[in-house]
Design a protein around this ligand. Structure first.
Ligand code: GLC
Length: 679
């Protein structure tokens, strides 16, 4: 091992030359590392958020931090005590159906990570919302693979635009927190290909994700950290992933052995060495269980990302980063406003008119509750948090009075929902019920009897049942809207922001109608959890079984109305390799400006195997002034019509008729047209 005598000497080494090809820099640095130094770079250290530095070669400590809606505030010591911007949770961002907003979030959170001097954000979490009981559903995007992948790609692009690594997690089928360290997800190849892998694949192929986090659970028998089929074969060989795989925290406790993880392609074990202790790696190589070449490939992947995030470049040339800025706080409010979903609005009770309203009764456990510092590893130590009550006070100051008694108020608003605690919306557990807590249901029923003009605003992270729905004229799903949530909610309630959110997940009428809940075997399972529903996740199941949901996937109201007409297709017959262009006209037929999410679904009219009645293959959000009309265009290629054929282990599209269905929710199809795939 050669000790470098001076900084001068270090700066003259090839890997320090910013003009040199990336791979040459990686190779040069790798060649200079001793085996002990490579082993040091293979596991985290005491602070649970970084990789040790190798001072001899000027390798600084690579640092990473949670979370999914702002820089994380626990566990990872580096950022634990510093304040950050608390954005709306991922399911709220997903409800915007606006990839531009999600990309903007990615850029902003990366600026905050950079401001801490860190290099990676342990997000986005893109596990499919398979069960409405999932404790971490608030941290994920969607039940639909296409919607999920559009959100994932947007966020990864935003984060990495600031030369901060995104770390897409948890690869894969970490769809429950019950028994997450041990549970073995038994999932078919077709369900993997059509439902659970697409967003991860797109994050790699379309957004060039620099890191992937291996999950705790097993997938078809092997833990995420030693699952060679997932890591070395699919992720690296088939998708061309050049970044590095990091374990979830302590996820290597259960996998069988060191060589299994090394051989599978796990580069970095966090937060501390368990399988990747020096003695274990040395023995695995010495006894030929794993080749030094394989080990070098793993190490190279981390070195490559260290170069990509600029650790060897002149700091003045890197994005500077910032946090807790007015711009980030404004963005937090805008995304929250855009992700809020108007579920019911009888007799146009909303928006409220601040000029005529005299008194508002504000009730409910979430009226003045703060949620930022909760939910597990994704929690944020927010600089401040505007509660719904505070938001209403700011809005009504000097205009309307906020009181407690609904019987004498012009309107009553109940802020109901859940919170970040075990068996509600939190990591480490799943929910035990879809219902709101009993006391809240009693409060809702009592209040609506005392004042029929009662509005329910839900602050929560996923579907809830609503046996009280028919008695209530207005319901708003506000998710966990972040530090500016109170202002965002007030702006929506008073019409300063016209709601345009759409549900990224089906709200079932009861749990038993959910595809993952036909038996204990399918959720949460015991040693094994059986994904018996296959590809029929979410609305695919509700449609196939003809089950009426409480609110369907893609649903959301506005303070205006829209018309979707004049569906045109560029050709009625599509040959292999061709693309069909589909267009529709969208008109704002109401009185206020608003945004609509035009959704395109495909239906294979007659297939040799079971296919869902419709599958989302395109969506576009469009803002329109009153009476304005715009044309929205989609392109459908062969893959958009295909299903995954397990027998031939490839994507297939069969000749025959397909319906192109376009609407503003999965259950509100307004126009459709048949095309034929002629092969
Ligand atoms: C956790 C989570 C993961 C998080 C990591 C670091 O257990 O599963 O999402 O990024 O540990 O806190």
């Amino acid at each position: 091992m050669h000790y470098l005598s001076s900084k001068e000497e270090l700066l003259n080494l090839p890997f320090m030359d910013g003009d040199l090809d990336l791979e040459k820099r990686v190779e040069d640095l790798l060649d200079r590392l001793t085996l002990d130094e490579k082993i040091k770079l293979s596991a985290g250290r005491w602070d649970a958020c970084s990789v040790p530095a190798i001072k001899r070669l000027g390798i600084k400590s690579f640092k990473m931090t949670d979370g999914s809606h702002g820089v994380g505030g626990i566990g990872l010591i580096g950022t634990r005590f510093r304040k950050n911007t608390y954005f709306s949770v991922p399911i709220c961002r997903a409800a915007t159906w606006n990839p531009d907003s999600v990309q903007e979030y990615g850029r902003a959170v990366a600026e905050e990570v950079r401001s801490h001097g860190f290099h990676m954000n342990l997000a986005p979490g893109i596990n499919i919302i398979r069960s409405p009981l999932g404790g971490r559903n608030f941290e994920y995007f969607s039940e639909d693979p296409y919607h999920n992948k559009v959100m994932a790609v947007a966020q990864v692009k935003g984060v990495q635009s600031q030369r901060i690594a995104a770390c897409v997690k948890h690869f894969v089928c970490n769809n429950q927190d019950t028994n997450r360290f041990r549970v073995n997800a038994i999932v078919s190849e077709r369900a993997l290909q059509e439902i659970y892998l697409p967003a991860f694949e797109a994050a790699v192929r379309e957004a060039n994700a620099w890191s992937i986090m291996a999950c705790y659970n097993k997938v078809n028998g092997f833990h995420g950290c030693e699952n060679k089929d997932l890591l070395r074969k699919r992720l690296m060989k088939e998708w061309g992933f050049h970044g590095f795989v990091v374990s979830d925290w302590f996820a290597t406790k259960n996998p069988t052995n060191t060589e299994g993880c090394l051989d599978a392609g796990l580069t970095l074990e966090m937060p501390i060495p368990i399988k990747y202790r020096r003695r274990r790696i040395k023995r695995a190589i010495k006894e030929g269980f794993v080749s030094e070449e394989t080990f070098n490939d793993n190490v190279k992947r981390l070195l490559r990302v260290m170069f990509l995030v600029g650790m060897f470049d002149d700091g003045s040339k890197l994005p500077q980063g910032c946090r807790n800025t007015p711009e980030h706080q404004a963005l937090a409010r805008e995304i929250a406003e855009e992700g809020i979903v108007l579920l019911k609005n009888e007799d146009h009770l909303l928006p409220l008119d601040i000029t005529t309203l005299k008194t508002i009764a504000v009730l409910g456990p979430n009226a003045n509750k703060k949620h930022s510092f909760g939910g597990g590893s994704s929690c944020v130590r927010a600089l401040y948090e505007i509660t719904p009550l505070q938001g209403l006070k700011d809005k009504c100051r000097g205009k309307a009075e906020i009181i407690k008694d609904p019987a004498v108020a012009d309107v009553a608003i109940i802020f109901a929902g859940l919170r970040h605690k075990l068996h509600q919306d939190s990591e480490f557990s799943d929910r035990r019920s879809l219902a709101l807590p009993k006391k809240q249901v009693e409060l809702i029923n009592k209040t609506v009897n005392r004042n029929p003009r009662t509005i329910i605003v839900l602050i929560n992270g996923g579907p809830v049942t609503m046996e009280w729905l028919e008695n209530v004229p207005a319901v708003v799903e506000a998710w966990y809207p972040g530090m500016e949530g109170g202002h965002a909610i007030a702006n929506v309630l008073f019409g300063d922001a016209n709601p345009s959110g759409k549900l990224p997940v089906t709200f079932p009428k009861e749990l038993s109608s959910s595809p993952a809940h036909v038996s204990k075997r399918t959720f949460p399972g015991r040693e094994n959890v059986y994904y018996d529903e296959g590809i029929f996740v979410g609305y695919r199941h509700f449609d196939a079984q003809g089950i009426e949901p409480l609110f369907p996937f893609g649903f959301g109201l506005s303070y205006t109305t829209f018309d979707i007409t004049n569906l045109q297709v560029s050709k009625k017959q599509m040959r292999a390799g061709e693309v069909v262009t589909v267009s529709v006209d969208v008109q704002n037929t109401g009185k206020v400006t608003g945004a609509e999410v035009v959704q395109l679904y495909i239906q294979d009219v007659k297939a040799s195997i079971e296919r869902p009645p419709k599958e989302l293959k395109g969506f576009s959000k469009i803002k329109l002034a009153p009476h304005e009309t715009k044309t929205v265009t989609f392109k459908i290629g062969e893959r958009g019509l295909s299903f995954y054929d397990e027998r031939d282990r490839c994507w297939q599209v069969e000749k025959g008729a397909f319906n192109v269905l376009i609407g503003n929710s999965s259950r509100d199809i307004m126009v459709q047209e048949e095309i034929e795939f002629v092969g």
